[in-house]
Design a protein. Structure first.
Length: 162
């Protein structure tokens, strides 16, 4: 599974990475991860042999011992550097299914509704006419879940036209 390693990157595609293998995947409930990710928890997995294959992250020192890497162009959270093997944000992997979490950490800051999220009703876009109309002709500018020779595609199209 990890022979070819794992790739991923930020939403806009300015920063791409590759790692040889993934270690333990966790979700962190600490208040800093909630804030940094703008979410309910921080999804992180240890990345062994991490290299940047396009661009690289900027950093914010969230404490005296930890710095968090992010894309300065689109804001995607990418890494958690604590001095040892870096951790990467699971959602930035091209295939997040490769990093199913096995542990929850810092439960003291867990949001009270976290345990009930799986009980929420589901609604697809097709069940809501306004959402369906919005999605019908939307064009995504998100980098695809694989490495690209050139990005954004508009530039590739201009340069590649003959
Ligand atoms: Zn980006
Ligand atoms: Zn945390």
């Amino acid at each position: 599974m990890t022979d070819a390693g794992h790739s991923g990157g930020c939403q806009c595609g300015a920063v791409r990475y590759h790692c040889e293998a993934l270690g333990r995947a966790t979700i962190c409930h600490c208040r800093m991860c909630q804030k940094a990710f703008g979410g309910f928890f921080g999804p992180l997995v240890t990345a062994r042999g991490l290299t940047w294959t396009r661009g690289g992250p900027d950093h914010f020192a969230s404490s005296s011992k930890v710095r968090r890497g992010f894309c300065s162009k689109c804001g995607t959270q990418l890494t958690y550097d604590w001095g040892g093997e870096p951790e990467i944000a699971i959602g930035t992997l091209d295939d997040p299914e490769q990093a199913a979490p096995v542990l929850q950490v810092n439960p003291a800051d867990m949001l009270s509704f976290f345990g009930r999220l799986h009980e929420l009703p589901l609604r697809t876009a097709s069940e809501n006419t306004q959402a369906a109309a919005f999605m019908a002709d939307i064009v995504s500018f998100q980098h695809p879940d694989h490495d690209t020779g050139q990005w954004p595609q508009e530039q590739a199209g201009e340069n590649g036209r003959d």
